[in-house]
Structures are given as structure tokens and as C-alpha cells.
Write a protein that binds this ligand. Structure first.
Ligand code: PMP
Length: 438
């Protein structure tokens, strides 16, 4: 077809496509990645800290010495060798044979993102409700929206999701006659909030979900990236049934591998494999062999320590910068691991509206609105500390503080403008493009 316009396609889209809009992170990416911009916006691990020569050598041998298998199709569930190694990795976090973890129940996926998509595919019908922390991972919101599910956010404080609020949300959903299928939670070093669910609350949250007949989808990409002692054991290590455990090698090894996994209750594993085969046939044999060999022959536990040390130093640089430079009235979380700090702006400042000015001042962040299904969250921003070196982080905070001071001064001169009303996710497509992001 030549000469067609966007309008020629619009009325042909499937219903699930109508609410699809580019994530705020994607819209920012092209500007935020310019070298003059200090980007606190992304979520990229610092892969330059890998022993790149050794990894390169390993990859070339995989093709030269094992090409007939590594360059071939594989099975939908993923190779047994990798699933066994994944069980060793999970055992490090306390998910071991004692709590029923077995290679048989592991499904290898294309990153944590496909793991999320598979769970959504097998459980969500249009109109179903997913309970999730507010704020939550933007990529999960995209998956749930594509499944035409409705996300009901449950608030957190510095200790993670609030059990009382979870109970209220479950009751409210039931009263409205809708069906909540699962709680989607990132209990450890949450993206974007950086907070961790306490030991005591872990038990309460699991009890509440069990009583309500709610499945738990535990997303844990960051649990092994702790800076100040070990993280609390995952929810899956405390319950065999009803908990789906999702993780990925993206943050502990390299996101370019696109290898993640689900540890599923035994009864469900087959459905996940069938859904995955329909979607991708099988995960990449080459990437699986690379991760397997990395885990078998390279010092991956040492690499984890390296990542932790680098990120601890960068987290400290960010927290110190915020404490030294942020205007009064700004607050932020103090993560004990992971990649993100969640900052709350002084009353009246709007992180989304401020973004073009921030970009002009050569600093980028992700406005909080990206992490809520209903477009609220404009008073917050997510700041990443894994990628820029400490001195760049401090410079980024200095630039950001300058922009905020200017906004506050303008408010004093021109009076409060107020934050725009919350929108439903999906309406953004109708808006004019943000001038700073075009
Ligand atoms: N879940 C969460 C909470 C994440 O932060 C991410 C990546 N940022 C993913 C899933 C997706 O992981 P992957 O890159 O392995 O697809």
C-alpha cells in the first residue's frame, strides 16, 4: 500500500491496541542519550563493568566450537542446563529444593519482560483487575494494558506495600463486581520507588492474598543487587503455591542477552510453555548457551559483588547530592539496593511539565506519571544511579536543583499554576507532543 495515512489504519486496530502509547521513558530516550545530557532517566546496568574481553572470547567459542547446537532452534521451555543453573542462582536468594524449586518448573523467557507477558496471557481476560503497587514498573503497565486489564494501585510507604491498603483494595474490587486475578509486586528494591517490603509485611501480604484467593506475581530483577546486607528472602521462598517468581539476568549479567525466567507452580508450567511457543517458538539457543557458560565458567558471584560496589558508590553520590542540593520540601527514598531513587517534589511542582526545562538544562529523569495507570504521580520523579559515574550524578543533581529552584521562583512571581488533572493512560496520544521531547 502506498500513500496511506495513519487514519487508514486507525479503525482497523484491535481493541487492545487503542490504549497503547509510547512509554514516557521511550519518548525521552533520544534526547536523554545525547552526551551533553546527564541522564538519570534510564534503567541501564553498567555493563562496562563486565570482563568484556573474557565475555567476547566465550561468545566466539560458543559459535566456533558449539555452533550446531547454539545456532539451532531449541525447546520452548529452555535448555535443561540453563534451568539447572537458574535453580543455583535462585538458591542464593533462598529459593531452593527445600521450598520446591526445581528445573522442571522453570520456564526460560526472553528477559523479564516476556515473563510478565506470559503470565498476563494465561491469566488475564479483558476487564480483569490486577492489583499493583503505586507506583509500579512501567513495562508491566504496558503488558497489563495490552491484555485490556485494569490496574488498581495499592499505596506503599518506605516499608513497601501497605497491607491494610491491600485488604481495602481487594474488598473494593470485590464490591464493584470485578475480578482481581493477581497481585503484581516488586517487593525488593522496587522499580521505581527503590523501597523494600519488610520481613513482617511479607508474611502479612502473603496471608492476605491467600485468604482472598489472589495469586501473587513476584517480580524480582533486583534482589541480588543489595548494598547494605542481604535483602529479605523472596515471597516465593515462603510459599510453594500461588506465587509466580519472575527474574532476569538483565541486571546481574547483561540485558543484551535477553534471558529471564519464571518459576511457576507445577500445575501451570505447561500452560506457560505453550503460550511461549505460540509467541516465540523458543528462547534464543545462543543466548541461553551464553548465560549457561557464563554461570558455569566465569566468576559470576564476583561480578555480582562488583556491580553492588559500583552501584553502592553511585547511590551514595546521588543521596549525598540530593541532601546537599535539593530545594527545601523535596523528599526521596533511600534504597538499600537496586537502581532507583524515587523523589517527591516540593508542593506544586510538576515533574512532567518541568521536563522540557530540565532537558534544556541538560539533565533527564522520568516523571512519576509513567508509573501509574491513571496518569497521576506528577509530583514525583524516578532517578537512576546505575549508569552515570558519581561525579556526573552530582552534576546532574546540581542541574536538576537549579531547574527546580527556578520553577519555585516563577511560582512565587506568577502564582500557583497547579498540576494538570490526572488522565487515564492511553489518552496521551491525543495530546500535542511535549515540546522538549520532540
Ligand atoms: N521487571 C522489572 C521490575 C524491571 O525493572 C524490568 C527491567 N527494567 C523488567 C521486569 C524487564 O526485564 P528485562 O530487561 O529482563 O526484560
Amino acid at each position: 500500500m502506498t500513500g496511506t495515512t495513519l487514519d487508514d489504519y486507525t479503525d482497523r486496530y484491535a481493541r487492545r491496541v487503542r490504549g497503547m502509547t509510547a512509554s514516557e521513558i521511550r519518548a525521552l530516550f533520544s534526547v536523554a542519550s545525547r552526551p551533553e545530557v546527564v541522564s538519570l532517566a534510564g534503567g541501564a546496568p553498567y555493563v562496562a563493568a563486565l570482563p568484556l574481553d573474557a565475555v567476547g572470547e566465550m561468545l566466539s567459542r560458543l559459535a566456533a566450537d558449539h555452533g550446531p547446537s547454539t545456532l539451532q532452534y531449541g525447546i520452548g521451555q529452555g535448555t535443561l542446563e540453563l534451568r539447572e543453573r537458574i535453580c543455583e542462582v535462585m538458591a542464593l536468594s533462598g529459593i531452593d529444593v527445600g521450598c520446591g524449586a526445581s528445573p522442571e518448573d522453570v520456564v526460560v523467557t526472553v528477559g523479564g519482560q516476556q515473563a510478565l507477558d506470559l503470565v498476563a496471557r494465561i491469566f488475564l481476560d479483558p476487564g480483569d483487575v490486577v492489583l499493583a503497587e503505586g507506583p509500579t514498573y512501567v513495562g508491566a503497565l504496558g503488558v497489563f494494558q495490552a491484555a485490556q486489564a485494569q490496574v488498581v494501585h495499592v499505596p506503599m510507604d518506605g516499608d513497601g506495600i501497605l497491607p491494610e491498603a491491600l485488604e481495602l483494595a481487594i474488598a473494593e474490587v470485590a464490591r464493584s463486581g470485578r475480578r482481581a486475578k493477581f497481585l503484581y509486586t516488586i517487593p525488593t528494591f522496587q522499580n521505581p520507588a527503590g523501597v523494600t517490603l519488610t520481613e513482617e509485611r511479607r508474611e502479612r501480604v502473603l496471608d492476605i492474598c491467600e485468604r482472598a484467593g489472589l495469586l501473587v506475581v513476584e517480580d524480582d530483577p533486583y534482589g541480588q543487587l543489595s548494598f547494605d546486607g542481604e535483602a529479605p528472602a523472596p515471597l516465593r521462598s515462603r510459599r510453594r503455591d500461588g506465587v509466580f517468581y519472575l527474574s532476569t539476568f538483565s541486571k546481574t549479567f547483561a540485558p543484551g542477552m535477553r534471558v529471564g525466567w519464571i518459576l511457576a507452580p507445577h500445575a501451570v508450567r505447561e500452560k506457560l510453555v505453550i503460550a511461549s511457543e505460540a509467541q516465540i517458538l523458543c528462547p534464543s539457543a545462543f543466548a541461553q548457551a551464553a548465560v549457561t557458560t557464563y554461570l558455569a565458567s566465569m566468576p559470576w558471584r564476583e561480578q555480582l559483588k562488583t556491580y553492588r560496589e559500583i552501584y553502592r558508590e553511585r547511590r551514595d553520590a546521588l543521596l549525598t547530592g540530593l541532601a546537599d542540593l535539593m530545594p527545601a520540601g523535596t523528599t526521596w527514598t533511600e534504597p538499600k539496593g537496586g537502581l532507583f531513587v524515587w523523589a517527591t517534589l516540593p508542593e506544586g511542582l510538576d515533574a512532567k511539565a518541568m521536563m522540557p526545562r530540565a532537558i534544556a538544562a541538560r539533565v533527564a529523569y522520568v516523571p512519576g506519571t509513567g508509573f501509574y495507570a491513571d496518569g497521576t504521580g506528577a509530583g514525583h520523579m524516578r532517578l537512576n544511579f546505575s549508569f552515570p559515574p558519581p561525579e556526573r550524578i552530582r552534576e546532574g543533581v546540581r542541574r536538576l536543583a537549579g531547574v527546580m529552584e527556578q520553577e519555585l521562583a516563577m511560582r512565587q512571581v506568577f502564582g500557583a499554576v497547579g498540576r494538570p488533572a490526572a488522565r487515564r493512560r492511553g489518552q496521551a496520544a491525543a495530546d500535542a507532543p511535549d515540546p522538549g521531547l520532540a
